[in-house]
Design a protein around this ligand. Structure first.
Ligand code: 3HC
Length: 319
């Protein structure tokens, strides 16, 4: 099975970044949102991620020259030219971004091979989307959800070909994080899972090759099942007065090698997203997974992390 044209539903942080990863790999992408303005915003984000990569790759040779010269080595023009020619060409942003089209209608999905939806994490919203999109996709298309913790078997039962549905779960931000969890619904044909796995094995993001892993359907699959309760435990440490947010984050970065502490990560991913995953765990796995009171209060207050300016930390610009 070949996936050449990809449809993305939802142009938010995840949708736009998944679209960027796909066009970077030479695929045609159409990204749909409720309005053209929203879809266009997704395209702007994808452009920004490509530009960041272009800048980084373009500066690599000069960085290398500076690094060598720091050791007191004086390089000739010829040596510098050799270093420059040994680095890859930066990506052609203008050309790559042309592969991304925007739309506000599923009519433009009639010829796509694979769809990944990345809309609001609510079961009914996703079920309705699967039902509606059934009227537009080709019989041989594959339909996927980027859900982090919702029920894919239920979504599949709302799709015309449930055997062609599965989870393709990216991590935030997809252009930097290489992991992709691939999870079948109860109804999914094993051949679909294999071909999606193989498809992602050959792809890359801005930094490195993607790493697909397989998992069974279960709340949070593999990574969130471990990561989200860890954030919950970090909250308990603070609520019990053992340490404050900063101290916990420092501890986990310096003592456990995490790139971000649990509270920095929650602010980065979105406090509401973390809370919703916690809530889904409580529903599916029991009260041992009850979210700490603090995080519910924060969601109620609109303290959602970096995107709202305030979360566990204050991200508002200070004058
Ligand atoms: N290619 C290769 N290297 C590059 C690059 C490129 N295009 N662009 C930058 N770099 C390198 C540079 O060498 C730079 O080093 P320098 O300081 O010498 O210039 C280095 O990357 C640093 O870059 P950043 O400042 O962007 O910072 P980091 O790379 O260190 O960290 C991060 C960014 C990857 C986001 C890291 O903080 C991280 O891993 N955080 C955790 C994120 C995470 O856990 N996400 C998952 C959340 S859970 C989830 O999403 C599930 C959902 O369902 C809830």
């Amino acid at each position: 099975m070949e996936f050449k044209k990809i449809g993305i539903v939802g142009s938010g942080a995840m949708g736009s970044a998944i679209a960027e990863v796909m066009i970077l790999n030479g695929l045609e992408v159409v990204i749909k949102d409720r309005t053209m303005e929203l879809a266009q915003k997704g395209k702007q984000n994808a452009t920004k991620y490509l530009q960041e990569m272009e800048k980084y790759v373009r500066n690599l040779p000069e960085r290398e020259i500076k690094r060598v010269e720091k050791f007191g080595v004086s390089l000739s023009d010829e040596q510098k030219a050799k270093i420059r020619s040994s680095f890859p060409e930066p990506p052609d942003v203008e050309k790559i971004i042309q592969r991304l089209k925007v739309t506000d209608t599923y009519e433009d999905f009639r010829d796509v091979d694979l769809v990944i939806e990345a809309v609001f994490e609510e079961q009914k919203v996703k079920n309705d989307l699967f039902e509606e999109i059934s009227n537009y996709l080709r019989d041989d298309a594959v339909m996927a959800s980027n859900t982090s913790s919702l029920n894919i078997t239920e979504m599949a039962s709302h799709y015309r070909h449930p055997e062609r549905v599965l989870v393709i779960h990216f991590f935030n931000p997809p252009y930097l994080m290489p992991l992709v969890e691939i999870v079948p619904a109860l109804q999914t044909d094993g051949k679909i899972v294999d071909s999606v796995y193989e498809f992602f094995k050959g792809k890359r993001n801005n930094r490195e090759n993607l790493v697909p892993i397989r998992a069974k359907e279960a709340p949070g699959f593999v990574v969130n099942r471990i990561l989200i309760p860890m954030i919950g435990e970090a909250l308990k440490v603070v609520e019990e007065g053992i340490a404050d947010y900063e101290t916990v984050d420092t501890g986990m970065k310096k003592g456990a090698g995490m790139p971000m502490g649990p509270f920095e990560l929650a602010d980065y991913v979105g406090v509401d997203i973390v809370y919703h995953v916690m809530e889904s765990f409580r529903k599916e796995l029991g009260d041992a997974y009850l979210p700490a009171r603090t995080i519910k209060q924060m969601v109620d207050a609109g303290w959602l992390g970096m995107k709202s300016g305030r979360g566990f930390y204050d991200h508002r610009k200070k004058d």
